[in-house]
Write a protein that binds this ligand. Structure first.
Ligand SMILES: Cc1ncc(COP(=O)(O)O)c(C=O)c1O
Length: 371
């Protein structure tokens, strides 16, 4: 049997007929940049994320960059974040000229550990940038308290977590000053290329992001500040709005798949595999990340037996070559380094069948049973 890590083709068939005429209309109208399709998508996303303002942008990476720019963060400022995330989180801080300050993760959630953040605050600290990694919310109540106490901007990297909630039912992107989302195709809500979103509750912050995504321009050819071309295009907006209706169903299927893995692993007696915990709120499982012994051998074995899997992220950011000048070294963040060494992502996409999940677990059982 072949079980891919992710297969978007069955999902496409569920909405293809509905989407085609919408795309056709945009092509017929030739309205590709911003315009009504983007406005309507933004309104739907704002409602979904429980925020008053949502601004479509060109990618999750640009959502992070324009949020930091809009907050006025730049050279001389420090931003605290996690070393165990996709590169774009920290890359955005460097791109605006600020200094990246890392703190280690909590080993259970894989998210930035608030208990370790306060010690990293200096007079130059301007923001905290937690990531809701793999679809589970970071401890936002703790980060809110720290941000309030030290008067810091709170930016949520919610790129992997659209629809995730904390224990109080607060949605990803609705808690911090800015929420940053990605619609990269492999995300739970993916478009047909690159796309992103910034959410905000404060109207002035939202307005600044809105004009900065279009070169700080308002009205046309009058520039208040220096932004960039961070615009979401109309075709991507139409795809996102069409797919949004299905998102809760897909997230529920991911949760069902996670529960099925828990049962299958228990039945197989595979106690050496540490499964992800859902946490206190609504985990949307963009990835299903397990800690496993002999990780690299298991990856090779699974691939040889037709099971798609991946390693997120093999090299923590504090030891990436491009950040060498920050002065970090191996050993500085033991939990991030352990997660990078021990974890594997297994297929969790909504259309994964019972048979496929059983095959994944059986193949892992075979690997550990071999002498
Ligand atoms: C945690 C995180 N932050 C930022 C990004 C960047 O998003 P994009 O690929 O849309 O630029 C991603 C996506 O890969 C991500 O997973």
């Amino acid at each position: 049997m072949n079980v891919p890590l992710l297969d978007l083709k069955p999902q496409y068939q569920t909405f293809a007929d509905e989407l085609r005429p919408v795309l056709e209309k945009i092509c017929a109208d030739q309205t590709f940049i911003l315009g009504p399709s983007v406005k309507s998508c933004e309104a739907a996303l704002a409602a979904y994320c429980h925020v008053p303002h949502a601004i479509g942008v060109s990618s999750g990476s640009d959502a992070l960059i324009v949020s930091l720019m809009a907050a006025g963060i730049g050279p001389g400022d420090e931003v605290i974040t996690t070393p165990y995330t996709f590169f774009a989180t920290a890359g955005a801080i460097a791109r605006v000229g600020a200094r990246i300050v890392f703190a280690d993760i909590d080993p259970d959630s894989f998210n930035l550990d608030p208990a370790l953040v306060e010690a990293r605050i200096t007079p130059r600290t301007r923001a905290i940038l937690p990531v809701h990694l793999y679809g589970r919310l970071a401890d936002m109540a703790a980060f809110e308290a720290i941000a309030r106490k030290h008067n810091l901007v709170l930016v949520e990297d919610a790129c992997q977590a659209i629809g995730a909630e904390d224990a109080q039912g607060r949605r990803a992107g609705s808690i911090g000053d800015y929420g940053c989302f990605s619609f990269f195709p492999s995300k739970n809500l993916g478009c047909f290329g690159d796309g992103g979103l910034v959410t905000a509750t404060d109207p002035a912050r939202a307005h600044r992001v809105e004009i900065m995504r279009n070169h700080g321009m308002e009205p046309q050819y009058y520039h208040h500040c220096i932004g960039g071309n961070f615009r979401l295009d109309a075709l991507q907006a139409a795809v996102i709005e069409c797919k949004l209706k299905y998102l809760d169903g897909w997230s529920a299927a991911r949760q069902t798949n996670a529960k099925r893995y828990v049962k299958l692993f228990a039945e197989a007696g595979l106690s050496q595999v540490v499964l992800p915990t859902p946490g206190p709120g609504r985990h949307v499982y963009n990835q299903f990340i397990c800690r496993v012994p002999r990780r690299d051998d298991l990856v090779a074995y699974l691939r040889a037996h037709g099971v798609g899997c991946a390693i997120y992220y093999p090299v923590p950011l504090h030891v990436q070559e491009c950040f060498a000048d920050l002065g970090y070294k191996a050993g500085d963040f033991p939990e991030a380094e352990r997660a990078a060494r021990e974890t594997i992502a297994l297929p969790i996409y909504p259309e994964l069948s019972d048979d496929m999940a059983a095959y994944v677990v059986q193949t892992i059982a075979d690997f550990y049973a071999a002498p």
